[in-house]
Design a protein around this ligand. Structure first.
Ligand code: SF4
Length: 484
């Protein structure tokens, strides 16, 4: 599907530039609607004036992506998955990252503790706060009251979206009825249960996951449920482990995404999910392997799925504190895959205060590559340092490459020293250069009229550097001796 242009969107707006949406012009609103920063409802003219109804419907049709978005949950942590308009990240950007749901069994003896742990889990990485997206409650007990009780417990203790997982319709609907205001995802409708689940979903406006490992059957179920009036669907073509099965799982996800995005097949035009936690039902857990070796299989499947923009995954490993490595690996990968390739990873150049520096505190120099500045800043903060961090504009390029490419050079650093008045903040003229830029030290001393010390190659070595090498008074004595 060709992406609409801002002009095509503008043509359907009121064009009065009334500013009621907060934008100065309708054209600015049109540009941001394309970037999903605003929605059609944000223009009161389109929403309130009956004359505009036709244009509003046209606009909604024009901007609806070929793979529709689906929202699970209610409130501030509701998660939207899918809604993509490209197959590969480099073609534009992915808009909604893979939703990570962790499964819990309804007979879990530590249910409350697990719910609390998953809800509160936060990982700060390179300036972003990474969290989980939902809890997948599995009916392991086979008991409908226990399933309902566990669902209600999650709903009362957590604001995370909930996915209710059982192929038993009666048990599913019984629990869903109790927490329907939380907008749970119903997993899953099959060829045997689509009608009952579909009707319940329509009545309560709930999203439904459809499961079939036969793609034709999956498409037919999608068509039938849409006809029934279900508004939000998620497709699961199965996750299979063992020889040959990984490629089959991969192929089906790619086929579904291709049919949705390239072929605009309305039955495939929904988010696709994968269930790496299926590993534990499919593979015999014997004594031939350690537990972590099994867990690796599951997490590798999760990583493959994230990297091909599977819109939602369900994991088993990760529900316990000592399995944090699994979550860290998948969240780190997800952060990379779903960063916007159109946005240069740069931060503002400037001088940043860390802790409470005094007149003899060091000035560390670094580049304005986001993945350099933020980890350096975090290392300094983590070591309780009191210092200054001078961030030089290297066009968002990391130090090693910027030294080689000339973006991190003595002249540029000297200019930054001047522009950000670095030496007015301290009573010395010492700069600490990163070890990777050691070869600039001589030229920098001339350009910035400073004493330059070469620091560690990695910022994690700064505390040791401070203990053993930071001697500002001696440096200044030497600097003053040059002056004479
Ligand atoms: S509220 Fe609507 S009509 Fe008014 S400026 Fe915004 S987009 Fe244009």
């Amino acid at each position: 599907m060709a992406r609409p242009s801002p002009l095509e969107i503008y043509a359907l707006l009121d064009k009065s530039n009334c500013k009621e949406c907060g934008y100065d012009t309708c054209m600015a609103f049109a540009t941001d609607i394309l970037e999903r920063k605003v929605i059609v409802k944000d223009c009161p003219h389109l929403m309130k004036r009956p004359k505009q109804a036709k244009n509003r419907d046209k606009l909604i049709k024009l901007i609806t992506p070929p793979q529709k978005p689906v929202t699970i949950g209610a409130g501030e942590r509701a998660v939207t998955v899918g809604g993509e308009e490209i197959l590969y990240r480099h073609q534009l950007t992915f808009y909604n990252q893979t939703g990570i749901f962790i499964e819990i069994a309804d007979d879990d003896g530590d249910l409350e503790e697990t719910i609390k742990y998953l809800t509160d889990l936060k990982i700060e990485r390179i300036g972003d706060v990474l969290t989980l997206d939902g809890i997948a409650l599995r009916n392991v007990s086979g008991d409908k009251e226990q399933f309902k009780l566990a669902a209600s417990k999650i709903a009362s203790l957590s604001n995370l979206p909930i996915m209710l997982c059982t192929f038993n319709v009666e048990i599913l609907v019984h629990a869903a009825e109790a927490i329907k205001d939380k907008k749970p995802l119903l997993y899953a409708a099959t060829k045997d249960s689509w009608e009952q689940i579909g009707k319940f979903a329509v009545q309560n406006n709930l999203p439904v996951a459809i499961y079939s490992n036969d793609l034709d059957e999956l498409m037919s179920l999608s068509a039938t449920l849409q006809k029934l009036g279900v508004q939000e669907l998620i497709l699961d073509a199965g996750t299979f482990f063992g020889p040959g099965n990984l490629s089959e799982t991969y192929d089906k996800i790619i086929q579904l995404r291709t049919s949705a995005i390239d072929k605009e097949d309305v039955n495939a035009g929904w988010p696709v999910m994968g269930v790496p936690s299926a590993y534990w039902n499919q593979v015999k857990i014997g004594k031939d392997k350690e537990l972590w070796e099994h867990q690796f299989q599951e997490i590798i499947m999760g990583a493959i799925m994230e990297s091909i923009d599977t819109n939602l995954i369900v994991l088993h490993t990760g529900q316990k504190k000592d399995e944090i490595w699994a979550i860290l690996a998948l969240m780190t990968l997800r952060q990379s895959v779903f960063s916007d390739p159109r946005i240069y990873p740069a931060v503002d150049a400037g001088i940043y205060k860390i802790g409470e520096p005094d007149e003899m505190s060091p000035i560390f120099v670094t580049s304005n590559y986001r993945m350099t500045k933020i980890p350096v800043e975090q290392d300094l903060q983590g070591a309780n340092m009191n210092c200054w961090l001078l961030v030089v504009d290297t066009e968002g390029i990391g130090i090693e490459s910027a030294v080689a490419g000339g973006q991190f050079n003595a002249g540029g650093i000297a200019e930054a020293v001047k522009e950000f008045k670095a030496f007015e903040k301290v009573s010395h003229r010492v700069l600490v250069l990163p070890g990777m830029a050691a070869r600039l030290s001589g030229a920098l001393e001339d350009e910035a009229d400073a004493f330059v010390v070469v620091g560690p190659r990695d910022s994690s070595g700064i505390p040791k550097f401070m203990d053993t090498q930071w001697k500002p008074k001696e440096f200044m004595k030497e600097y003053e001796s040059w002056e004479k």
